[in-house]
Design a protein. Structure first.
Lengths: 500, 236
């Protein structure tokens, strides 16, 4: 069982190395899918495992139920994004060998997945930091993959803000290490720091935890450090946007959850609760304000990710077994729904040549294969039943109400309603309408259409496998009802964070 | 023994002073190649700090810290300034500016801001110095908690550079000052992070700098300039 912990990083490294060197187009195409499948399978096996927590190499690798759940989520969202991102099979012998750019792309996707799997299965906070920063490096190339002024701008802002933010988290990690060293046992092991056995200096831990939460919150896209997120997520290729929005934010949030436990044990819940509540409500407010007047579909999805990170932060601020289990359910549901939506957005961009909301009309009549998953995904994202986000949002709000945070929950619900209004309006305007626009609108469409044809190669294919989207949204729809295995898994994962 | 300890303290103070002075000079100088040379001096000072802390610390950790000091010397005093300097020369040959000409603060205002930030650093590092200085529970106290404000000050100066400067390469230099500040805090409070983590952190920093160098080349190719003001396409 312990050897299994080595499988995800090793598989990712191997697949990445093969994808970078192999000339075979098949290897390049399937490398992301293969890596994700390994991650998902390992995560599920670790989730099913009962008994002592598997650990390897001292404090380097360790997979408690929360780690296993996160690994499975990374795998599942990765599978959704990479599988549905596969281009339709090229004609016979059309593309015999993978180009250099394709190979680089495939290798960085594998490295990205491997870094995320390491981040969630390590017990060492230093290694967690290194892995999260490695995701910044891998995704920097992926964001800039398409080339062009906008990609460079997005990638520059992403790397500078991401690295500076995460550097603050490193400072926090260093100070935690200093605190443990002063307490007699120099360690960065999360289990040791959160055990409560070490007489850590309160003042030092307070500073360290504040800095670490602030740093990882930057990477998680929480307000007020979110400004890189809409740029990076809207400029990256669709599967990468799906991965970044769906799981990279969640992995950074996972780091906050771990830090939060240490703070709870050493200082009590006050400090981190205040920070998370402020960041969560701030993110919801920013997202609500900008979604309402958003003109670009992909940016709108990116702001929706900020909104959902805000919900997660509010849930984590509430704390307690119910809210934490709901946070984890929310994380799963959001990851799958958002990855599907970004893939759909990529196909829409390829088909329409634009992501400007006002330029897209009558999608349901013209392209039902794009419009149906768009509507289904939006329904999931907005938190309508039967999708998982409905249950998680209700559970977080109710738990918060019971915990005496009624005002914050009222504000959360109000901001969520604003977001719903904005997203419904934008989606409806894109999906509904006649197949052939009225003569007045035809000018704009005719102007956009010719430029879309030669550019369609830049944006990737406008068609692709539907199975992963059906699976992802199907899982989001039923997971809220499958109480017996899922509820148990979530409860065990939440319990590994301590019941405070 | 006390003579050695006093000498170690003096050396630590010297290295910390050099770190702070070089950071201040980076704010003052506008010539980018001069800033890169200052980064080299900063890397050497950081390595001196690491080796002093290593040799004055417990015998068991000595070898590891000396290796870390060599790593710091190679990475921060040679490799990173070399990467930045190379990109800078290539940019100047391609017609890019060799001076930071878009800073928001003039040199005098910059120095005043640095003075303020250093004061703030002394105030905010009080809990840190207190926490590592006492060594509660019979633990080891930080090797040189008295100099922690220098590290925090460097972090704040790094932020100032990132906010104030408008050239891509100046921002990169600001990021490196920030990162050197964090390394300084790590050495002063905990004699450095564990070796495996130090290796990971070092390679991450190197990769970030390489990426930013590549991006600044692309920026110059795409936009014809490396001022951040030229990047205005993405907004709501």
């Amino acid at each position: 069982m312990t050897a299994l912990l080595l499988l995800p990083p090793l598989a990712a490294a191997l697949v990445g190395a093969v994808a970078a060197t192999s000339m075979s187009a098949l290897v390049t195409r399937l490398s992301g899918v293969l890596t994700s499948a390994v991650l998902l399978a390992t995560g599920i096996v670790l989730l099913a495992h009962r008994g002592p927590v598997p650990a390897l190499g001292g404090d380097l690798l360790r997979a408690d139920p929360l780690s296993a759940l996160m690994l499975a989520v990374v795998g599942a969202v990765g599978l959704t994004a990479t599988w549905s991102g596969l281009a339709p099979r090229p004609g016979q012998g059309a593309r015999p060998a993978a180009t250099r750019s394709e190979r680089r792309y495939a290798a960085f996707v594998a490295v990205f997945l491997g870094a995320m799997s390491t981040a969630v299965t390590t017990d060492n906070l230093g290694l967690l930091w290194v892995a999260v920063e490695a995701t910044t490096i891998a995704t920097a190339f992926l964001v800039g993959h398409r080339g062009g002024a906008r990609s460079v701008e997005a990638a520059w802002k992403y790397v500078v803000l991401g690295s500076v933010g995460i550097a603050i988290a490193l400072l926090g990690t260093v100070l935690l290490y200093a605190a443990s060293r002063s307490a007699g046992e120099a360690t960065l092991s999360w289990t040791r720091l959160a055990s409560g056995d070490l007489p850590l200096d309160h003042g030092l831990v307070r500073v360290a935890v504040g800095l670490a939460v602030l740093g990882f919150a930057t990477k998680a896209g929480l307000a007020p450090m979110h400004s890189w997120l809409p740029d990076a997520h809207s400029q990256a290729p669709a599967p990468v946007s799906g991965l970044m929005s769906g799981v990279l934010l969640a992995v950074a949030f996972y780091a906050i959850l771990r830090i939060r436990t240490i703070a709870d044990v050493v200082l009590g819940p006050g400090l981190v609760r205040g920070l998370l509540l402020a960041a969560g409500l701030g993110s919801l407010a920013v997202a609500a304000a900008l979604i309402l007047r958003q003109r670009d579909h992909k940016r709108m999805l990116a702001y929706s990710s900020i909104e959902h990170m805000g919900v997660l932060a509010v849930g984590a601020a509430v704390g307690g077994p119910i809210a934490l289990a709901a946070v984890l359910l929310h994380l799963v549901g959001h990851g799958l729904a958002k990855a599907s939506l970004f893939v759909v957005a990529g196909r829409m961009l390829a088909a329409e040549g634009t992501t400007t909301i006002a330029d897209v009309r009558g999608l349901l009549a013209r392209r039902p294969d794009v419009a149906v998953p768009l509507v289904a995904g939006m329904t999931a994202l907005l938190g309508f039943p039967p999708f998982a986000l409905f249950f998680s949002e209700v559970a977080i709000v109710l738990a918060g109400w019971r915990a005496g945070l009624g005002w914050a929950m009222g504000l959360t619900v109000a901001l969520l309603l604003v977001v719903v209004a904005g997203l419904v309006r934008a989606t409806a305007s894109m999906v509904l309408g006649p197949a052939h626009p009225a003569p007045g609108g035809a000018v704009a469409t005719a102007g956009a259409a010719p430029s879309a044809v030669p550019r369609s190669d830049d944006h990737g294919p406008d068609r692709g496998p539907m199975t992963p989207l059906v699976l992802a949204l199907g899982v989001t729809a039923v997971i809220g009802f499958v109480a017996v295995p899922v509820g148990d898994v979530l409860a065990r994962a939440a319990a590994s964070l301590g019941l405070s | 023994m006390s003579a050695t300890a006093a000498a170690a303290t003096q050396l630590i103070a010297l290295a910390a002073g050099a770190l702070l002075v070089t950071s201040v000079l980076v704010v003052w100088r506008r010539e980018l190649s001069a800033q890169v040379r200052l980064l080299t001096v900063q890397g050497v000072s950081l390595a001196l700090l690491a080796v002093t802390i290593g040799l004055s610390g417990p015998r068991s950790a000595r070898a590891e810290l000396v290796v870390v000091a060599v790593l710091v010397l190679v990475l921060r005093a040679w490799l990173l300034p070399w990467v930045v300097g190379r990109r800078l020369r290539a940019g100047v040959e391609a017609g890019d500016a060799a001076r930071e000409d878009g800073a928001r603060l003039n040199p005098t205002a910059g120095l005043v801001a640095v003075a303020l930030l250093t004061t703030v650093a002394y105030l905010v590092s009080r809990p840190i110095s207190a926490g590592v200085g006492t060594g509660s529970g019979g633990g080891t106290s930080g090797p040189a908690a008295f100099a922690v404000p220098v590290g925090i000050g460097m972090v704040l100066i790094g932020f100032l550079l990132l906010v104030d400067r408008r050239r891509a390469m100046s921002q990169l230099i600001g990021f490196l000052v920030l990162d050197n500040g964090i390394a300084t805090v790590a050495f002063l409070t905990a004699a450095g992070v564990p070796f495996a983590v130090e290796l990971g952190v070092s390679s991450d920093v190197l990769l970030v700098v390489l990426i930013l160098a590549v991006l600044s080349r692309r920026m110059h190719a795409q936009l014809g300039s490396t001022t951040l003001g030229s990047m205005t396409e993405l907004k709501d």
